[in-house]
Design a protein around this ligand. Structure first.
Ligand code: VGL
Ligand code: ZN
Length: 202
């Protein structure tokens, strides 16, 4: 068993990010059995759930003529326009049926405000609007977070970068993650994580 100061953060293991889903990540379902086993080692397990309203600003479908995976400019910076995914209450937003959810003490939903996306489990994409996860972890004496899930180069990386910025020891278990890898996003995310002091382990 890991010490009480370490938490496992399981990012967005939802149907829409798994094969057959609206924003499928290649091999997204391959990581689930390892994540289930990892949960047993941690006293604190947090799941995140991408949870968008249908009119969400990150959906290409909400911009006439916009192609999925194109880039737009938001007040908070550049934003990829995604295929419609993880709409609140839909099957696509549900956790994959094989993911164990009982061991988790907290589920953080994110991306629920129509006007702003939220890749990170800690802050929305303006990097300042808090989700509350930092307060929860701090109040429970957590100083180290181990991150797994989907996708390595978006929600996992943003969460790991914020964790490091907030002063947590942050480790990404890359073998328990899968990437979207859009226009070099995986290499860029890995470089940023390394530079921020995030430990990248297999
Ligand atoms: C994610 C793109 C859009 C992720 C979520 O979980 O990495 N990526 N929404
Ligand atoms: Zn999303």
């Amino acid at each position: 068993m890991k010490p009480a100061s370490e938490a496992l953060i399981v990012i967005d293991v939802q149907n829409d990010f798994c094969p057959g889903g609206a924003l499928a990540v290649a091999g997204g379902d391959e990581i689930i059995s390892r994540i289930n086993r990892l949960m047993a080692d941690f006293q604190t397990v947090v799941l995140t759930q991408d949870w968008h309203p249908a009119n969400h600003a990150s959906f290409a479908a909400n911009y006439p003529g916009a192609a999925p995976f194109s880039l737009t400019q938001m007040p908070y910076g550049p934003q990829v326009l995604w295929p419609t995914h993880c709409v609140q209450g839909t099957g696509g937003a549900a956790f994959h049926k094989d993911l164990r959810t009982d061991p988790a003490q907290l589920v953080i939903r994110k991306g629920f405000r129509p006007e702003i996306d939220s890749y990170s489990a800690f802050f929305e994409n303006d990097r300042t609007t808090a989700t509350g996860l930092d307060g929860y972890l701090r109040n429970r004496g957590i100083t180290s977070v181990i991150l797994v899930g989907l996708a390595t180069d978006y929600c996992v990386a943003y969460s790991a970068l914020d964790a490091a910025r907030l002063g947590y020891k942050a480790t990404v278990l890359e073998g328990a993650c899968r990437a979207i890898d859009l226009n070099g996003s995986l290499a860029q995310a890995r470089d940023l994580m390394r530079a921020a002091g995030v430990a990248l382990e297999a």
